[in-house]
Design a protein around this ligand. Sequence first.
Ligand SMILES: [Zn+2]
Ligand SMILES: [Zn+2]
Ligand SMILES: [Zn+2]
Ligand SMILES: [Zn+2]
Length: 320
Amino acid sequence: MSVNYKQLLLFDCDGGRASLFDDKTILSEIPSNCDCYLFWNDNDSNLSNKINYLKSYRQIHLYPVLESNSKNATDGKLIYFLGKLVDKYSFIIIIHGGDGIYKEIIRTVSEEYGNDRISNEIFTNPTPRNLRELLRQFRQRNQEYGYIEKHSSNNEHEDNLIDKSKNRCLLCWKFCNNFEDFYQHFRDKHHLRIKLICNCKLEFDHLLEFHNHQRKEQSNAFSNKGVAQCLAANQPTKVYLDPHPLILLISAGKTNKCIYCKNKDRSLDPIALISHLTAKHMLYNDIRFQCCSDTKRTLDRFQNHTSTQHKIVDIKKHNI
Ligand SMILES: [Zn+2]
Ligand SMILES: [Zn+2]
Ligand SMILES: [Zn+2]
Ligand SMILES: [Zn+2]
């Protein structure tokens, strides 16, 4: 069994070949025993921005060429690294645009290490599909050589789709104003199954489901489950009847009694209790809520405060 079986991809990214990496979802498919080295001419700042973004992936190594006036500088750097790495990898493939020099390199390496050590692939207008196919071949070779892939997280960015500091899509670098636009973008452009994460940590597959949740949370400070919980507070909301100093304990179901009425046997659910207090004791304006700070909010203000807390705070890839 080949535990040490390792594969290497050397990319000459000049001439538009960086478009292989346009779909970053594919990068999570890189087998764990496979490293990618990318070489390109650093005088193209668009290209550099695009490629530099890949540096967060553990198996991707970036080598820009600084000698921007020399036509063959990228080949030169790639070949230097090939020489350094050839002993460490069981199989190597060079991705390039048809430069004659590589033919000679492949021949030389094959003479010394045998025919199954190195290969090359010529791409002039590649798409992410070509990368996917290359990775499929890598997995196939892994199988042939008995290498068992670790299904670990190859990189910690696997599920992340958005660079939140720049409001950009990590897959194509598109800018979006808000999470709802991102949601549309991932579905329409990348055909991804995604989940929306609410500030309250609940997850939703569809925008509609999230909106239903948001509407439900916005509707009332009280439900039959009790008082709404402020997401910024780490204890239950306290309810007071101003100027009454006692905290009104409001619990789920028909468990609550009016503190003013003589009839102590009558138990009410939270909504009924509040409508009773309001109707019979004219207390609507006296109800105060205390949640994440010392502020005691009126019913309207509290409702406003908690209802705006349910919003999308992240979008992740569905792990299925
Ligand atoms: Zn995108
Ligand atoms: Zn009462
Ligand atoms: Zn609060
Ligand atoms: Zn929520």
